[in-house]
Design a protein around this ligand. Structure first.
Ligand code: NAD
Length: 472
């Protein structure tokens, strides 16, 4: 077991000022594989002061000067793909296939995208008699969750550094190891001391101290809506900017005339990816009442192909959930669904067969779910798909928009025009039309309680900029 006692502050690994530690568990074996410091408010203070001390000089660099270490950072991510994937398998329980193609490859793609966005971005603009400069937002607090533990770090830290901001990162308690690996890659890339800092720790201690620190200018948070609301309150009190990427309860709407089998099969794959621990997961499948039983049968058959197992095996498509609490929570939701009248057509709340160890949940498909059911309203964050029926398009839209969230979604129709017309009515930040692929350059973020602001692409860079206008 690796016992780490240090934080990355001011360009070097320094001993944490606290004595408490956080154990890191392998969710498949339930073994403690490492421990990291439970950072204190003093650790946070040192990291923020280092970031503040570096902010003016880093903010004054040219885009070309920032591109040099950012290119080396991208190259470092490329060189460490295997190590990144193995780390995410170990601390998240993510199957090695998905860990390689998504957990490791997506952050590399996002980091690469910012090299070209930065190279082409116009940082000055003439507006009438004013010259408007896009200046860095200042010192950024980045607070991230565990489900895509490197992607969420890169989606904040890389555009922030590209914008000329300095950063203090507080990663999730469950997945600090890939964040530490990222800090090593940043270090090797040769950024000036203090431009990037890492403090591992508990949310209510290190996270709260970071969000409240008077020297933080902008808090960029990804996580649950409940914690996001708390952070927005804290940041609001200090007049700090906030960017919030929160939860979801996304609807995939299959309109009559669409390729039903494809739409349902893609939905099952979507909702079971990463053991259902994806904020954009299409957890509600909406099908016309005349096609309902057909859709249920297709989904049940597709779900049978997802057998939970050892995430280190390339054959495994479904790993465990991140921790025991999450496993119990998800099983509890399945029980609630049954109590509220849902029909279990695949999976269920019981432990999967032959897996006595590990935080596993059976891949579950629920039919006869009503729009107001608990599982149709609350984010479950596990491998659970609810199938709902609608009478007509107006009813489908009412159901699709009938939650507090608005992060993602899908629409399937006989043609793109029909699908787009429906999608324009959805209160949702990102919608895939007839199975459109994820685009890492497109703005990503939520309507309603799914968040504030957008990540990725040009919009993601602009989150970390602020305009200054000079009049002539
Ligand atoms: P969480 O909100 O519990 O924790 C997220 C981060 O916030 C962690 O680093 C945690 O330590 C920190 N934190 C917790 N309490 C804090 C406090 N009081 N002050 C400051 N920081 C605090 O979320 P989680 O359980 O890690 O992640 C799962 C949730 O994240 C789900 O609800 C999911 O939908 C959401 N999520 C959203 C997106 C998105 O982009 N919209 C992406 C991934 C996950």
């Amino acid at each position: 077991m690796q016992q780490h006692g240090d934080q990355y502050i001011g360009g070097e690994w320094v001993v944490s000022l606290g004595t408490d530690t956080i154990p890191v568990l392998n969710p498949a074996t339930e073994e403690v594989i490492a421990s990291v410091p439970a950072g204190t408010a003093e650790d946070v203070d040192a990291a923020v002061n280092a970031a503040r001390a570096a902010a003016r000089a880093w903010g004054a660099t040219t885009p070309a000067e920032r591109l040099e270490p950012l290119t080396r950072l991208r190259d470092g991510l490329a060189a460490r793909q295997q190590e990144i994937a193995a780390t995410v398998v170990a601390e998240l329980g993510c199957p090695i296939g998905f860990a390689t193609t998504v957990q490791a490859a997506l952050p590399l793609g996002v980091a690469s995208s910012y090299l070209s966005i930065l190279a082409g971005y116009e940082f000055t603009e003439q507006v009438g008699n004013s010259t408007v400069y896009a200046e860095p937002a200042g010192v950024v607090a980045a607070i991230t969750p565990w489900n895509y533990p490197l992607h969420q770090v890169v989606a904040k830290v890389v555009p922030a550094l590209a914008a000329g901001c300095t950063v203090v990162l507080k990663p999730a308690e469950d997945t600090p190891l890939v964040a530490r690996l990222f800090a090593r890659i940043v270090h090797e890339a040769g950024f000036p001391a203090g431009v990037f800092n890492l403090v591992t720790g508990v949310g209510t201690v290190a996270g709260a101290a970071l969000a409240a620190h008077p020297e933080i200018d902008l808090v960029s948070f990804t996580g649950s809506t409940a914690v996001g609301a708390r952070i927005a309150g804290i940041a609001g009190g200090g007049i700090k900017r906030v960017a919030l990427e929160l939860g979801g309860k996304s609807a995939n709407v299959v309109l009559p005339g669409a390729d039903l089998a494809r739409a349902v099969n893609v939905n099952v794959g979507n909702v079971f990816a990463n053991s259902g621990q994806t904020c954009t997961a299409w957890t509600r499948l909406l099908v016309h009442q005349d096609q309902y039983e057909e859709a249920v049968a297709i989904a049940a058959k597709a779900a049978a192909k997802y057998v939970p197992g050892d995430p280190t095996s390339p054959e495994t498509r479904l790993g465990p959930l991140v921790n025991a609490k999450q496993r119990d929570r998800v099983r509890g939701y399945i029980e609630t669904a049954v109590a509220e009248g849902a029909r279990v057509v695949a999976g269920g709340p019981e432990a999967p067969e032959g897996l006595a160890t590990g935080f596993y949940v059976r891949p579950t498909v629920l039919a006869d779910v009503t729009p107001d059911a608990t599982v149709a309203q609350e984010e479950i964050f596990g491998p659970v798909l609810s199938i709902l029926s609608y009478r007509d398009e107006a009813h489908a839209l009412e159901i699709a928009n009938g939650t507090a969230y608005g992060l993602a979604g899908g629409v399937w129709a006989a043609d793109n025009e029909t699908a787009v017309a429906f999608a324009r009515g959805m209160d949702t930040g990102q919608i895939d039309i007839n199975g459109g692929r994820f685009n890492p350059l497109a703005p990503f973020g939520g309507y309603k309680q799914s968040g504030v602001g957008r990540e990725l692409g040009r919009h993601g860079l602009e989150e970390f900029l602020q305009p200054k206008s000079l009049q002539f």
